[in-house]
Write a protein that binds this ligand. Sequence first.
Ligand code: NAP
Length: 343
Amino acid sequence: MTHVLDGNAVSDRIRSNLQTAIDHLRDSGVTPGLTTVLMSEDDASRTYVSMKQQACEDIGIDGRTRRLDAEQPAEDLFDLVKELNARADVHGILVQMPVPDHVDKRRVFRSVDPMKDVDGFHPENVGRLVAGNARYKPCTPHGIQKLLESAGVDTAGKEAVVVGRSDIVGKPMANLLIQKAPGGNATTTLCHSQTENLTEKTRQADLVIAAAGYPELIDGSMLSEGTTVIDVGINHVDADNEKGYKLVGDVAYESAKQKADVITPVPGGVGPMTITMLLYNTVKAASLQTETPVDLPWVGLPSVGGARDADKAVFAGGDFGNTLSRMRSGKESFLLWFLAYPV
Ligand SMILES: NC(=O)c1ccc[n+]([C@@H]2O[C@H](COP(=O)([O-])OP(=O)(O)OC[C@H]3O[C@@H](n4cnc5c(N)ncnc54)[C@H](OP(=O)(O)O)[C@@H]3O)[C@@H](O)[C@H]2O)c1
């Protein structure tokens, strides 16, 4: 029977463990702080920002939003980021994308202090990810790794196909899958709009991650029996209902489910994980900047004993690589954490 991965349930488990870490930080006099900068009138961006703010409030992170008019000069945005970089009570900074056309997106990524870059988009953090020494993994691919962990999907030695090469999803996802580390070790193919014969690629895959922003691009006929299918897409398509639209993924769910062993639905799959991993990165940022050790949640990797329950398996740096994974025997010391991952 196909295992339908419940992103809300996995997300709740991680948040509940993050709550413990946040309580510990607060006992040490640290309140994690995340500031989101919004420079857009776009409805979807406003909705995302208010969802992030609410998630922070729910869990005890000091979540704030700073708004700029979309017509303001780009320098106003960069001055604000500079101010936030200097503030000790702001541990994470997120500039909501998209920014207006007159603002250079890549300069925005470079302007955020890499220690506060909880999106993981600063070139230094991208470089660390590629080098296998990630500080902050980008939230959506990191959430997908956690979902796969939760289902006990071992990616080692598997054929993985990622469809989509964006900087926020496809590229970092492929980079995580190729790492010599838990949640990696996959033989990975990265596809895009110029890829010839996509079906040939997806049919050979044990794991398909669809992040193309193209409604129902992947259907059952493009998959082999027993594939794990992760659907990142969120697409609005016209529908004969009150709203006039419905949400569909990049995967034709019903037909793909006939072939898949494991599959994520839309909504309720990858979506809930993205904000949760933002909270995770913010807690990690607060811990690193204040040198206050915390236990960060992981969800369970077969390679480290098959634990699948976050409640049984909470360690500092649950995603910090093979070496530390094998050292786990309860709670790790913070010293080990810093020795392995100097920042
Ligand atoms: N669930 C979540 O939390 C979450 C988070 C982020 C994004 N999303 C959703 O995920 C989807 C992808 O987002 P994104 O920001 O990565 O999108 P994006 O920046 O638009 O990138 C889309 C990628 O897909 C490729 N592509 C488009 N059509 C294709 C086709 N027919 N065959 C093969 N490749 C194709 C593009 O190729 P080229 O590079 O050649 O143009 C591009 O690399 C969107 O639906 C977005 O809403 C969801």
